[in-house]
Design a protein around this ligand. Structure first.
Ligand SMILES: C[S@@+](CC[C@H](N)C(=O)[O-])C[C@H]1O[C@@H](n2cnc3c(N)ncnc32)[C@H](O)[C@@H]1O
Length: 327
């Protein structure tokens, strides 16, 4: 008997799509490359290939954040989810592979809907489809959107009590003032009585941080350079990927990792009909990843519409998971 022939076809989870257009991507890249210190917003890392490369980064020996945060969530899932309303909808900002959400969902049958929000629409649809298959009891309602701007949650969860989930230290990719604005907006999006679980990477020895963002296998370098490949493919650009190299370092006074792409030689690049000149050694700043202390993050949250309610860290004190309640 062929069992596969009897298996019903998996219904794909189609995201509620609110992502930006190619025009917005072109405008942001042209504006960023026109600045005195060239930069491109980190959110543009995440096309399908970028999401796959990030998933590969999370398995690297040097990349402690995923291991540390996963260990915290696994050890405390029951306690963390007990603080969420019952029933509730879990809204994850920047869901990626949803590996960490799966830990919470497994511990909390009272989370009856899961709303993964991600800018990487194709990857999101695939992960949401997989989750629908694996957890048939759960309503999975993916939203393809840029969480740095306004977007709507699916109408199905409008009246549900909600909990936000923002793991992966993605909050560190914001400038601190932007992180505060994001938390403030999230409080309004999630509504009265909301909770928010935020994964925050902690200030630590620069050697550990530098290795995490410049791994020996070169996966983070490939992730960084993939941005230029994406710009070439989608914005009619002619970056020579061999002519740029990955550079990442911990900027101690401002508590942030900086990722750059460094021009190996002086060169001229065309992007979306515009011309950009690079000096040898000039960089494009592609990502910042701010590191907080427990106190500095709690103060940021407290000034942004949330009351810090509980906190967990790993035994090394590398990473923290904060439970916030809407003030
Ligand atoms: C650092 S990864 C974290 C992924 C996953 N949550 C984890 O903890 O491993 C950041 C995720 O956020 C998404 N993302 C980044 N910027 C975004 C934006 N502005 N709007 C929506 N999603 C974004 C990326 O596509 C990616 O899946």
């Amino acid at each position: 008997m062929n069992l596969h022939a009897r298996r019903p076809a998996l219904r794909p989870a189609v995201p509620f799509a609110q992502t930006d257009s190619r025009a917005a991507f072109a405008a942001d890249v042209v504006a960023g490359l026109s600045e005195a210190r060239k930069r491109v917003p980190a959110k543009y890392f995440y096309d399908r290939r970028g999401s796959e490369l990030f998933a590969a980064i999370t398995t690297l020996p040097e990349y402690y954040p995923t291991r540390a945060e996963t260990a915290i969530l696994s050890a405390h899932a029951a306690e963390i989810t007990a603080a969420l309303p019952a029933p509730s909808a879990l809204v994850e900002f920047g869901a990626g592979e949803a590996v960490k959400a799966r830990i919470l969902l497994a511990a909390a049958p009272h989370i009856e809907a899961y709303v993964p929000v991600d800018i990487s629409a194709e990857f999101l649809a695939e992960e949401a489809t997989r989750l629908t298959r694996d957890l048939p009891r759960l309503r999975v309602l993916p939203v393809a959107a840029d969480f740095t701007g306004a977007f709507d949650l699916p109408g199905e969860v409008a009246s549900w009590p909600k909990a936000g989930f923002f793991p992966g230290s993605t909050i560190g990719n914001f400038e601190p003032a932007e992180a505060a604005a994001f938390l403030y907006e999230a409080a309004h999006l999630l509504g009265p009585g909301a909770r928010m679980i935020v994964g925050v990477d902690l200030v630590k020895d620069a050697t550990i941080l530098n290795a995490a963002y410049d791994d020996a296998a070169g996966v983070t370098a490939a992730f960084n350079l993939n941005l230029l490949r994406r710009i070439n493919d989608e914005l009619d650009a002619d970056f020579d990927l061999e002519a740029f190299e990955h550079c990442a370092f911990y900027n101690v006074p401002v508590h942030r990792i900086e990722m750059h792409l460094v021009a190996r030689s002086s060169q001229r690049v065309r992007v979306a009909g515009r011309v950009f000149d690079f000096r040898r050694g000039e960089t494009i700043h592609t990502e910042s990843s701010y590191k907080y202390t427990i106190g500095s993050f709690a103060a940021l949250a407290a000034g942004s519409g949330w009351t810090p309610s509980a906190l967990w860290t790993d035994p090394d004190g590398y990473f923290s998971v904060h439970l916030l309640s809407r003030s």
